[in-house]
Design a protein around this ligand. Sequence first.
Ligand code: ZN
Length: 228
Amino acid sequence: MPQHRPDRLSDAARELVLGSGCAGCGVPGRVLCADCEAFLPRRASLAWPSPTPRGLAPPYAAGAYDDLLKVLVNQHKEHGVFALAGPLGRVLADVVHELLADLPGEPVVLVPVPSRGAVVRQRGHDPLLRLAREAAARLRRHGVAATVARQLVATARVQDQSRLTALERAANLDGTMRRRGRPPRGRVVVVDDVLTTGSTAREAQRALEADGVRVTGIAVLAATRRRR
Ligand SMILES: [Zn+2]
């Protein structure tokens, strides 16, 4: 398997400015070259944050928020490289598949954590919703009755999380989401792109459970490295 070479990332950045080349390594051609695509994870594992928010449903991630996964998540989310939704959706589908391994045959409802409205407007697209839809389509092709339901809405302004500790994040987020719409039919999996402290996922879970919806697990592409 090819090693992902960080020294090629600056080339990737240059290629992206020019609007061509692999988002992972910069080689001219497709938005994700065959080597980088082969380097993407195909499995997932439990990724409990440390400290773990009390009561958090099992969080599964495809890998660490590093290297290729980090580059691709950011290119898709911050730079609107929409073509990456396919390969990243495949990764997310594999995470959900792993999470549901002991629960075969049941319908699954993917519930994305809500993007803040201003963020979506600013970026002009909803990256997480796009990923969730790709993942659900992929799961359906593999015989899993998967749907996406935007069950959660953000109800309050949340201050920038980046400088807050895990405890501050949890307090900052508590009560900031609400469930809407019909109760989902099937196993509910909360999906997000990156798991950091787990506060966002925990708040999503709280909002669902407050309305009587049980959450089977959390599926994310990547988890930051501060693990237990
Ligand atoms: Zn590449």
